[in-house]
Design a protein around this ligand. Structure first.
Ligand SMILES: NC(=O)c1ccc[n+]([C@@H]2O[C@H](COP(=O)([O-])OP(=O)(O)OC[C@H]3O[C@@H](n4cnc5c(N)ncnc54)[C@H](O)[C@@H]3O)[C@@H](O)[C@H]2O)c1
Ligand SMILES: O=C(O)C(=O)C[C@]1(C(=O)O)C=C[C@@H](O)C=C1
Length: 303
């Protein structure tokens, strides 16, 4: 056991998965939770995610050793303001937001002296939401990035690192601004591209009454999965990581225009060279053993 009593604020995919993963490994003596609707609270209790539910965040955090904010990034400030006065001294406060600097700016001012803030972001998820979408193995062998403020005591960070490692994650630390730039490239802009492409295909379907969705190939199907992700979560990601996502989008569109011109001019060499470079990147990821989802046959076939 690492923490005696843990409170989860928001009871969706990530909170549900934390609850199940922490129970599986006995990392907490008791897990309590809160959600906005009575229906979500009842579901969380009924399916055994949490031992107890409370109607408000303020009630849920009373006497707990660890609080994890599992709400959309845009809701973090209000939740932090509500729980701040009710946290016990020494309590560790964390979050799972997909953006880090904006969450730190939103949450830190509300935390009383004597509490410890260790922001975190598990790089694991699905397109599903809600308490019933959580599962105990979500974090197995996936990265979880911690972005603790510089003055956080190393033993507090180490203890929270142990909690995530106990849930199966590989933990790394970095500063929040760097996190936001990296994730803009690897997660945020790719989601925007998927949302855009699926929207374009749907518009075409309406215009031509063709069957682009029905006959979508495997790559496009992956896009449709990503584009089915929670609209509130992703709205908040872009509104709260504006600078980094706009910078990467600028580079992306420049590159896209280059490829567009190459197609128009019949510049096969440029296209071939570009695709060769990107293929090497995929192979690099596989060689580094970082794609735990990649099927073996994909590697053999391409090598
Ligand atoms: N889904 C993913 O792939 C993923 C992965 C890593 C991190 N995250 C981050 O985790 C957090 C939670 O995401 P999730 O996928 O578990 O979402 P979810 O929709 O499954 O759950 C969100 C929970 O927050 C509650 N909530 C929503 N708005 C609220 C508000 N204004 N005030 C209070 N509660 C509110 C919902 O009722 C729900 O209980 C987000 O910050 C997200 O950026 C998500
Ligand atoms: O597999 C998925 O559904 C995801 O997109 C998960 C994913 C990502 O890898 O980009 C999405 C957002 C999170 O902040 C972390 C993980």
């Amino acid at each position: 056991m690492i923490y005696e009593r843990v409170a989860l604020i928001g009871l969706g995919l990530i909170a549900g998965s934390i609850a199940l993963a922490a129970k599986r490994r006995g990392l907490a003596e008791e897990i309590v939770g809160t959600a906005r609707t009575a229906q979500t609270r009842e579901t969380a209790l009924r399916i055994g995610l949490v031992d107890q539910v409370f109607a408000t965040p303020a009630e849920a955090v009373a006497g707990v050793d660890l609080v994890i904010l599992c709400v959309p990034v845009g809701a973090m400030a209000d939740v932090a303001a509500e729980i701040g006065p009710h946290l016990k001294p020494g309590c560790v406060v964390s979050d799972v937001g997909s953006v880090k600097q904006a969450v730190i700016d939103a949450v830190a001012p509300h935390l009383p002296a004597g509490t410890v803030f260790v922001p975190a972001h598990p790089l694991a998820g699905t397109e599903h939401s809600g308490p019933e979408s959580g599962f105990a193995t979500l974090f197995d062998n996936r990265f979880c990035i911690l972005t603790p403020p510089e003055d956080t005591a190393p033993q507090d960070v180490a203890r929270y690192r142990g909690f995530w490692e106990g849930m199966g994650a590989r933990v790394e630390e970095m500063d929040a601004e760097h996190h936001d730039r990296v994730l803009a490239v690897t997660s945020h802009v790719p989601h925007l591209i998927a949302y855009t492409m699926v929207g374009v295909a749907d518009d075409l379907r309406r215009v031509t009454n063709s069957e682009v969705i029905k006959f979508s190939a495997a790559g496009f199907r992956d896009f449709t999965r990503i584009a089915a992700s929670d609209p509130t979560m992703w709205r908040d990601v872009f509104l709260n990581n504006e600078a980094a996502t706009l910078e990467i989008l600028g580079r992306f569109t420049e590159e896209l225009f280059t490829l567009q011109r190459a197609i128009r001019k019949g510049d096969g060499d440029l296209l071939f060279d570009h695709f060769t470079r990107t293929r090497a990147i995929r192979r690099g990821i596989l060689d580094a053993g970082q794609d735990t989802d990649a099927p073996d046959f994909g590697r053999k076939r391409n090598d």
